[in-house]
Design a binder for this molecule. Structure first.
Ligand SMILES: Nc1ncnc2c1ncn2[C@@H]1O[C@H](COP(=O)(O)OP(=O)(O)OP(=O)(O)O)[C@@H](O)[C@H]1O
Ligand SMILES: [Mn+2]
Ligand SMILES: [Mn+2]
Length: 664
């Protein structure tokens, strides 16, 4: 044991730091080689006189300001006591040596663990880390302290990978914040630039927009950094890159963004790291929590108390679900009954067993090429007059995003084919939403453009588009029958299908073909215009049409459904058990584009189930005007609002976006 502490003498040289439990002037210790270098200190391996191995943090103290800061940090450290904080065991606060002695945490810091060892914790483990780190931060906040430097490099890990919040170099009592001017804060070496470049970028990515704008730091700024860090634990990649290895990631980051550009993108454009995906098994509520906590508006972020509460609830649900998946059959049984009754969701296990043999994408490609004997012919796409000298020429920028959402399998597909067949003014985009498996959607994504190209050589755009839908449907059903006869499909009575929406731009004319419940809207002068109508059994006209064709439509479970298969949609590609009533014939809208037309949004029903046309427009209004980012934002918003389906979104901007529109 170290000598007992005499509180009257256990003080720093100035007498401003004192403690009844932590010795502040160590008469003897052994300092070994450095184990790490921070931007403000070197950390050495060291031994106390009682033989304990510790980490000695030796700060750089080039000026008297730095010395003041040392004393402030020491005062703070003396007052801290929480199991989730790096524990200071002793200090030396007398010239010429100023040093903090901490408990030695064996398993490196979290940044190294993630990006050097490429550690990939299971979801429950990640949640556990988040809760422990969260509780430590909550303790600080509840004691009036802001950490101001939350990042994985400042989370230390012990042998059992328990996390400890460390590095109080920037920590402050909130009450002292007002007196710490921006000047002071800058001189602390954080965002001054040119100081340790790697540390710079490494720190910048955790800084909340308000901090980047040099506004006051609050608890919510720590919450922001916390959210960035939790997402980093889940994705395993360095924020704003897709790389795990830190050194490379920082090089890429610096290549992609200067400090100013990254700052501008985060502040003005709402840029955030790529949110971890649902497919990785991260619960939706956790994703919600993360995006809420890195909101641009600090007031919309949760407090650490609420974050921890929410994390604990998520953990509980996670554990419950794991135990259900492990033992309970009764849950699956009810699902089975529902599936049989509704007939829609084939068990994904069954699906996989035969989908391994058949690649429906390549079947679609093959089939669409051999059906017409014109493959060697050169295609002339529509009279040149249509698109050669249009009155108005839209300027396109497009992007898409697709996610499996809460479903077990992905049955949506889509394609983006700008400058179709090398024609400068012809573009085509499509989304297919599969049901009873992904086969029809995968087949159609390849076959439909090929059929369109063929029909386009002889027919006008509108007719060619209709033909493309119909030919795709016939080809798919033929292929399915062929594969059935060849006994390459194991499942009896399998009738996969998909809904489809395709947008074709020829010069200044936009044609949208739709069969089923995907939807396309056009934003014109800030208002949504529907370009499609949903073909669902709840639509009286569609219902009447189906019944006229002799197929029963019944109210089942929650809505009108078609035939024994209980399909909700009344038009689709495939679904050979319901043909010809459930037709593949699309309804086609034709729109002359003008400078008032801003963008086109196409999406599968997973999006429209939870977002109205107006919602979509208003979300895009608040998002940086990048079509990929907008697509993703819409999909995540839909997921957040509880969509249970696959979600695919395509956005096509039809005119250039001004700089002003990029910033909201
Ligand atoms: N108690 C400890 N046990 C093991 N390693 C430690 C300990 N304290 C610090 N380190 C290592 O030293 C590194 C730097 O420590 P710390 O963050 O406290 O220094 P700093 O100079 O304030 O760094 P920066 O401000 O650049 O984050 C840590 O990331 C960690 O790898
Ligand atoms: Mn640090
Ligand atoms: Mn520091």
């Amino acid at each position: 044991m170290l000598a007992t502490i005499d509180p009257t003498t256990n003080k720093c040289i100035r007498g401003c730091c004192f403690s009844a439990t932590i010795p502040l002037a160590l008469p003897s210790y052994t300092l070994l080689g450095p184990i790490a270098r921070g931007s403000e200190s070197t950390v050495h391996e060291a031994y106390l006189s009682d033989g304990r191995r510790v980490a000695a943090k030796k700060p750089f103290l080039p000026t008297s300001d730095h010395l003041d800061k040392f004393h402030r940090e020491l005062q703070l450290l003396c007052s801290l006591d929480h199991p989730g904080l790096a524990k200071m065991l002793a200090a030396h606060a007398k010239p010429p040596n100023y040093m903090f002695f901490f408990e030695m945490y064996e398993s490196r810091n979290l940044a190294e663990k993630l990006h050097v060892e490429e550690w990939n914790p299971e979801i429950e483990c990640a949640l556990g880390l988040a809760i422990q780190i969260g509780e430590a931060l909550m303790y600080l906040h509840n004691n009036g302290i802001l950490h101001r430097d939350m990042k994985p490099a400042n989370i230390l890990l012990d042998r059992n990978l328990n996390p400890y919040v460390a590095d109080f170099g920037l920590a402050l009592y909130k009450k002292d914040l007002r007196s710490t001017s921006v000047e002071n804060w800058r001189s602390s070496g954080k965002p001054t630039g040119g100081f340790h470049k790697r540390n710079m970028v490494g720190t910048l990515i955790y800084m909340a927009p308000e901090i980047l704008k040099k506004e006051m730091h609050t608890e919510k700024s720590d919450v922001y950094s916390f959210a960035i860090m939790i997402n980093e634990i889940l994705t395993g990649v360095v924020p704003y890159t897709d790389l795990r290895a830190e050194a490379q990631a920082h090089t890429v980051l610096e290549m992609n963004y200067t400090e100013q550009q990254l700052t501008a993108a985060v502040v003005a454009e709402g840029l955030r790291p790529k949110l971890t995906e649902l497919e990785t098994g991260a619960p939706l509520n956790l994703l919600k929590l993360i995006s809420k906590c890195w909101d641009s508006d600090p007031l919309l972020r949760l407090s650490m108390d609420d974050v921890v509460k929410e994390l604990k609830t998520i953990m509980l649900i996670c554990k419950k679900e794991a135990s259900i998946n492990n033992h309970s059959c009764s849950f699956n049984d009810t699902n089975d009954i529902f599936d049989k009754k509704v007939g829609l969701h084939d068990k994904s296990v069954n699906l996989r067993s035969f989908q391994e043999d058949l690649n429906w994408y390549s079947q679609g490609e093959r089939k669409s090429n051999i059906t017409d004997h014109v493959t060697s012919q050169k295609y002339e796409m529509w009279p040149q007059s249509l698109h050669e000298h249009p009155i108005y020429k839209p300027k396109l920028a497009f992007g898409s995003f697709a996610t499996c959402g809460r479903r077990e399998s992905m049955e949506d597909t889509h394609f983006l084919l700008p400058e179709f067949c090398k024609e400068k003014d012809i573009h085509i985009f499509g989304i297919f939403d599969g049901h009873r498996g992904a086969a029809a959607a995968e087949f159609s994504a390849r076959a439909l453009p090929a059929f369109l190209q063929m029909s386009g050589s002889t027919k006008g755009p509108k007719q060619a588009l209709t033909e493309a839908f119909l030919k795709t449907d016939v080809a798919f059903r033929e292929e399915l029958a062929f594969q059935n006869n060849a006994k390459r499909i194991l499942q009896k009575n399998w009738h996969p299908g998909c809904t489809a929406v395709a947008a074709l731009i020829v010069g200044s004319i936009l044609f949208v073909g739709n069969a089923g419940d995907c939807r396309a809207i056009l934003c014109r002068s800030g208002h949504p215009c529907s370009l499609t109508k949903d073909h669902v059994a709840s639509d009286p006209a569609e219902r009447a049409r189906i019944m006229n064709e002799g197929i029963e439509v019944k109210w089942q479970v929650d809505t009108w459904r078609v035939g024994a298969a209980a399909l909700q949609v009344t038009r689709s590609i495939g679904d050979d058990d319901l043909k010809p009533a459930v037709t593949a014939e699309p309804e086609i809208s034709e729109t002359l584009l003008s400078s008032e037309d801003e963008y086109l949004v196409m999406a599968s029903d997973g999006l429209w189930d939870v977002l109205s046309n107006e919602d979509v427009i208003s979300i895009i209004r608040d998002t940086v005007k990048d079509p990929g980012m907008c697509s993703k934002r819409l999909a995540s918003e839909a997921a957040e609002r509880g969509s249970k389906d696959n979600i695919s979104v395509i956005i096509v901007f039809l005119r250039p976006v001004s700089t002003a529109e990029r910033i909201y």
